[in-house]
Design a protein around this ligand. Sequence first.
Ligand SMILES: C[S@@+](CC[C@H](N)C(=O)[O-])C[C@H]1O[C@@H](n2cnc3c(N)ncnc32)[C@H](O)[C@@H]1O
Length: 304
Amino acid sequence: MLLESPPSVSDKSFSSADGRDESRPYDPYGDDSSRPCDRRGAIHRAQGWGEAAPGSGNPSNEPRSFEHECRANAQRMSASEEVRRLTLDWVCETAKYKYTYNFTWLGRPIIQLPADIIAMQEIIWQVKPELVIETGIARGGSLIFYASLLEMLGGDGRVVGVDVDIRQHNRVGIEAHPMFKRITMIEGSSTDEDVVRRVYEQARGKSPVLVVLDSSHTHEHVLRELELYSPLVTKGSYLVVLDTIIEDMPDEFFAHRPWGRGNNPKTAVRQFLKASSRFQIDHAVEDKLLISVAPDGYLRCVRE
Ligand SMILES: C[S@@+](CC[C@H](N)C(=O)[O-])C[C@H]1O[C@@H](n2cnc3c(N)ncnc32)[C@H](O)[C@@H]1O
């Protein structure tokens, strides 16, 4: 159901039943300009943007910022049990077809949900990290993604990726990519002492530092990664723990995996947060994404 496009203004633009000009976009608010910016404005109004959110407790229609309104809408959306149920149903149904394997970033396969990719883009713009560290490289699309954003930001930002098994064809593809100039790859387990030492070497003197954990998804492994890599995350930056959604999905999805309900990144995050006051779950991210592999996994570093 979520795959369907939301009703858009232009969907109605070719109905001539009421005798309107068929070449012009339908505007339920009477704005019949066809200039692109006006059209966008009409779509925003049709979706309730730029007005007091229905049921948002702003009857006086006080002016409020766009950001404030988006946040309020996302909170209400996320609080809807129906929306949450539909979202999880959609994630589970599409997971049967390996939905997350369908995408590439600048030509390299990236095993992520598109919404999480957008969230990471927003975080990287906000934090402007000098270093991004990711455990779990696979085919390298996520490393290329971070590197390409750092390239656009300018500066000397770099990416360090760690994987226990960098397959030869992936290494060749990643090393041949124009963004490889910003990437260092380290082969070995992310919890191996020597690997950790090499990552710390790369992080020396760098700030801000952003860490993404996307390797093995067992509770024990992720908890160890959290302990080892969280000290590198700088205040105001993020520690992103992917695949926390395993806790919310039926066990049958992970029948042949060492992780599952009760043993996954989310259970590791819960245990880690009991002992660490440096990080808080940034619920604003998941409230607006909904479709995410990382519910409770976007951790903001709030203390030095
Ligand atoms: C989900 S994939 C990573 C996807 C990648 N981040 C992306 O977005 O395209 C998980 C990767 O973690 C690696 N991995 C598994 N166990 C590991 C470990 N102990 N240390 C480091 N990497 C590990 C696997 O080899 C695999 O390539």
